[in-house]
Design a protein around this ligand. Sequence first.
Ligand SMILES: Nc1ncnc2c1ncn2[C@@H]1O[C@H](COP(=O)(O)OP(=O)(O)OP(=O)(O)O)[C@@H](O)[C@H]1O
Length: 515
Amino acid sequence: MLEAATINAPNEAETTNAYNEAVPEYSIPSGLSHEQAHALKHLITGHNIFFTGAAGTGKSFLLKEVIRYLQTMNKNHLIAASTGISALHIGGVTLHSAIGIGFANDTFENILHSMKREKKTMLRKLDCLILDEISMISDTLFNCIDYIFRAVRRRDEPFGGIQMIVSGDFFQLAPVITKSTCPDCGLSGPVVSDNQTEDFIADSCWELIYPFHRSSYAFNSSAWAKGNFKMFDLVTNFRQESGAFQNVLNSIRYGEITPQVTNLLRRCSRPLDKSIFGSIAVTHLYPTREKVSNHNFYEFNLLPGECHTFNRSTEFQYDINAIVYANQQTAYKKYVEKSCGIEKEVQLKEDSQVVLLTNKTKDLVNGSRGVVIGFEEWSILHLQGLKKEDQKRIANYLSENDIRYVPIVLFRNGQQMVVLPNIWTMQVSSQLQVLVIQMPLSLAWALTTHKSQGMTLDCLKVDFDQTWRNAAGLIYVGLSRVKSEDGLEIKGFRDDMVCVDPKVKEFYQKMSSCD
Ligand SMILES: Nc1ncnc2c1ncn2[C@@H]1O[C@H](COP(=O)(O)OP(=O)(O)OP(=O)(O)O)[C@@H](O)[C@H]1O
């Protein structure tokens, strides 16, 4: 197995001095692990930063602390991620929306040209961009972002001189490439089959000699090479307690089928002992949305009880000094409609299998599994403990939507809770915040691997049929959601399914983590 790049012991005197000079008044939060704190200290000194590490090593946790730091220091920042759902977990929006580049389906020049003036003005004032789940950002898009920042800020430095804070694990989900595009200018190439798309380079970009066969990952972009990212490979796993299970997952991450992997997969091929989970059914993980909705739809329709519907509601909060044009407002509304990652309509009945979509307590987190055991008429008493303004917002939401009953959920850890609508905050720009209110529950007889990204799930069943072929990242993301093998049931796994992209391996082999 490949050795993960280890973090050299930091030269404490050096890093602490640099950090103290940069922000003498900011103290690193004590809840961070040593390596998380170390990465945060480096970030504070202003470098472009890349946090990486296996699933569960606290990348998103660290990013939340980074955001707190930027807020405390009044740094003008944008929070983005490759997908709406991953952006949601850190209070941001998709990269396309954050930068204002629509579908970015054109040459870089044309994309820049069609950007709104207000968006360009906003980008000019930025200090840094936070970008999570970088593995799904293509080289073309990463180069495009670099091009746009240089152009709008009129500075010929990487990303126009803003600080880039990127996070993710290239062994996880890969970029979705639907057509052949030159990574250096965005020009469309000839329509070819998926596995050939990576070779197209526009004639005008040929002078760039690529040192090795390209891949579509961001780390293969020229912007990445010039960005001089300091890399931090987090190694402490907070999700899986058992070292043996961590080792097996790490082998699968690197695409290596060791005897330990084979043994674990064999052990997990038994049906899960349902009595351990009581009334909580095991979640099936599928790679496609269609299979998930069919499965959930089928199970939901079997339930006899009354159906309770919760509709998503949004509130746009503009900065008092912001000038916002009507067409911009429409565009923002469309964005929230399409890609905020929160379901438009949540339907629940008694006995619905559900998953929690937010972190409530230390034990009840994004991914905690439960079952609806009834509904209760809500009252002001349920809102106690929330901030006054949130109490008011949720009470208004419930009254305006004529909702009298809210679900009572029994979670896997035995805790029973009346679940109220949740308020998610998405920072669209420094001038606009969107508040989205919805029930933080999703049906969970089945989930897609993409939706499960970032979750810690209690119990999981995966049937590795043909749809999982050539999808090593998907397989790793799926298996690494559970805390232990006791919550994992596997069917149909074949060793040849775990074929990791050699370019990703090579990148991590060459990567030198920072001291
Ligand atoms: N310093 C810490 N102290 C306590 N808990 C932590 C710490 N860092 C992370 N965690 C917890 O570990 C779990 C996994 O963390 P997180 O989701 O940030 O990992 P990740 O690297 O982003 O994982 P993935 O790649 O699967 O999205 C979460 O429940 C998180 O709250």
